[in-house]
Design a binder for this molecule. Structure first.
Ligand SMILES: [Zn+2]
Length: 309
C-alpha cells in the first residue's frame, strides 16, 4: 500500500466529491449528496457549519477506514477564503458562514493537516498540474451554474488580499444589463453560465430548458439556441480578453459543464477574444478546453494539501 496518499474534496452546491490521490493519480472517487445551499438557508449559521463539518467528516472517515495512510486533506470550497487565516470570509451561495474556520475544525477532529482554497482556484491549480506546470502560469474559467475563475501566477495561486481575485463572473460586460445575484447589473456570468444561457433562450422563446438541451437544439439548427450560445461566447471572450490585458498570462483553460458545448461557442469566442486583445497579445494566447472531466478541483485541492504539509 502506498504511504503517500492525500484526499482532495470538491464541495459543490448539491454534492461533495472526495478523491483519494497517490501523488497526482486518482486512486478512488466517492460522492455524497448534500445540499449545503439549502442547509444554510434553513439553519442558523452555527448549526449549518456544524452540519457541514459533520457531513464532510463522515466522508473522510469512510476513506480513512479503507486507506490508513492519508497524509493530508485539501478542500475546494465555493466561497472567498482569507489568504492568511484560511477562514471562509463569505460564501455567496452558502449564507451565514462568515469567518468560519472549516479547515481548523476538521484538522482538530482528524489530527491531519487540512488546506482550504476557493473551488475555482483549486480547479485552476489542478489544471496547472495537468498541463505540466506551464511557465508563467495559467488562467482558469469554470462555466457552471455561475462562472468561477482562478489564476496560477508563477507557480502559485493568486487569490488577492481578500480572497476575491479572479471573480471573473462578475466582470461587468453589459452596462445596465441583466440583474446579477451580486447586486450589480450586466455581470458576465449572467450570459456565459448555464443559468445565463437558460435566461437567453427563455427570453427569446418563453421555453424553459436546460443549457444542455439548448445545446442540442443549437446543433439541430435552432436559431434562438445558437444565439444564446453565441452571446455566452462573446461575453466570456470580452471578460477573458480584459483579464489577459491585466495579467498577461499565456495559458487559458475553460472548464465546467458548459464547456462541453465549446464547438458551438468557439467561432464567436475566438473572433471576439482576438479582436478585444491588443496587437502584441493577438494569436499568442493558448485557449484549451479542460479534459479533466471535472476532476481538476479535487486534484488541485489534494496537491495544495500535499505541498503545504
Ligand atoms: Zn455579479
Amino acid at each position: 500500500l502506498s504511504t503517500n496518499l492525500s484526499i482532495g474534496i470538491d464541495v459543490g452546491g448539491t454534492n461533495i466529491r472526495f478523491g483519494v490521490f497517490n501523488q497526482a493519480n486518482l486512486v478512488e472517487e466517492m460522492r455524497l449528496e448534500a445540499n449545503f445551499s439549502q442547509l444554510c438557508r434553513d439553519l442558523s449559521p452555527e448549526y449549518a457549519s456544524y452540519e457541514i463539518v459533520r457531513v464532510i467528516s463522515s466522508g473522510i472517515i469512510g476513506i480513512i477506514e479503507k486507506y490508513y495512510t492519508i497524509q493530508s486533506v485539501g478542500i475546494g470550497f465555493p466561497g472567498f477564503i482569507h489568504p492568511d487565516s484560511k477562514k471562509i470570509v463569505a460564501s455567496p451561495n452558502l449564507s451565514g458562514l462568515s469567518y468560519f474556520n472549516l479547515a481548523g475544525e476538521l484538522s482538530r477532529i482528524f489530527s491531519l493537516p487540512f488546506t482550504l482554497e476557493n473551488d475555482a482556484n483549486a480547479a485552476a491549480y489542478g489544471e496547472y498540474i495537468l498541463a505540466s506546470k506551464p511557465e508563467g502560469g495559467l488562467i482558469y474559467a469554470g462555466l457552471g451554474t455561475g462562472v468561477g475563475g482562478g489564476l496560477v501566477l508563477d507557480g502559485k495561486i493568486y487569490a488577492g488580499q481578500q480572497g476575491c481575485a479572479m471573480e471573473i463572473g462578475h466582470i461587468i460586460i453589459e452596462p445596465n444589463g441583466r440583474q446579477c445575484g451580486c447586486g450589480n447589473k450586466g455581470c458576465m456570468e449572467q450570459y456565459a453560465s448555464a443559468s445565463g444561457i437558460v435566461i437567453s433562450y427563455n427570453s427569446a422563446t418563453q421555453k424553459r430548458c436546460s443549457a444542455a438541451q439548448i445545446a442540442e437544439f443549437a446543433h439541430a439548427g435552432d436559431k434562438d439556441a445558437i444565439t444564446a450560445y453565441t452571446l455566452a461566447a462573446n461575453s466570456l471572450a470580452q471578460a477573458l480578453a480584459s483579464v489577459i490585458k491585466v495579467v498577461d498570462v499565456r495559458n487559458v483553460v475553460i472548464g465546467g459543464g458548459v464547456a462541453a458545448a465549446w464547438p458551438l461557442m468557439k467561432p464567436a469566442f475566438m473572433q471576439r477574444f482576438e479582436a478585444d486583445l491588443i496587437d502584441v497579445l493577438r494569436n499568442t494566447i493558448k485557449i484549451k478546453i479542460s479534459n479533466a472531466n471535472d476532476k481538476a478541483g479535487m486534484l488541485g485541492a489534494a496537491m495544495l494539501s500535499v505541498e503545504a504539509s
